[in-house]
Design a protein around this ligand. Sequence first.
Ligand code: F3S
Length: 389
Amino acid sequence: MFLSREEEDILAGERGPGQQRAMELLVALGRIYDAKHLVPITSAHLSGVSYKTIGEGGIDFLIEMSMDSKVKVPTTLNPMGMDAERWKEMRIPESFANRQLVIMERYAALGVSTTCSCTPYLTENVPRQGDTIAWAESSALSYANSVLGARTNREGGPGALAAAILGRTPYYGLHLDENRAPTVVVEVDGVEGIFDHSLLGHAVGQSTGGSVPYFRGIAPDKDELKIMAAAMAAAGSVALFHVEGSTPESDGQDLEGLDIVHIGRKDLDEVRSRIGVEEEPDLIALGCPHLSVREMRELALITKGRKRSPNVEVWFCTSRSTASQCPEEVAALNRFGNVVCDTCMIVAPIEGTHRVTATNSCKACSYLPGLCSQKVVCRSAPQLLEMIS
Ligand code: F3S
């Protein structure tokens, strides 16, 4: 991979060990993927924030990287392992909270914005069409590629941090026009509402994993695109998709000769029954990806005047910046359950407190059993809230 004189100097350690380590990471990635050179980025989004997922090894890495480096581009963070203000109510052990705070200090020292969310594109980190970015978090990067028309590979946490520190990333994969063309057509029938789009994402991720799907027969709104992108990324590592007549790169695509997959009601019902169990949940967790203001409004309306069963906790997961935009809804939802900011049902250590978690997110359903030792109940948000009130 070609390196400029300045990049060679960084690699030789002339700007300190943090930048050198970052450059070593990017060069290794570039070599693996046969990148010709590095390109400048306009923003980064980092995963690897919860103490539950990165542990002591992650803390050591962050200490090393933050000793003499700062990020060069606006950089946001994925959810951490707890609500920074309500962690005691979440029954997070103090030992966990203390280590989580060390992680947050290190990210702050690096100059990273410490608002923790997987939907930075709703508030403080909104790429424009054509921007070159380095984002981790599979749901967010798929949304940025597909819905916003920005360009990012499926970065891991360390690669995205290295890119943020150096303000550049290896030029390969989804940064190149030829890799952004559809590879399969998905014709959809009878899909309606947020939950259906979550099931659709799961079905397509499973059946066409690693592809660039081109959807026909749907006209999703932003919340539907958000949950669909998350489900597809979790079930099949899909990092880019197009929706006919809707997403920015869908016009003029050559679909000639592509395989066509049909998805209808029956397929969605099959997904739902396959990934969920029929048990009483002890936690209902909504907001994977983090809830938007509009979703908070809809949920506040659904829960208005209702009382939940005391045996079930309810979490409405969102970002602190989204919550600050809808204080009345936050107050209303807190009367019914708990608005939980900065974290989510997957990266919080819920395996210590819950056994059966219910959600409308197929991404969460994919991860809850393995990462949180949970049985999962998979239903729409209105169905779940109805069940317990
Ligand atoms: Fe976000 Fe956590 Fe889901 S990071 S996409 S709410 S698993």
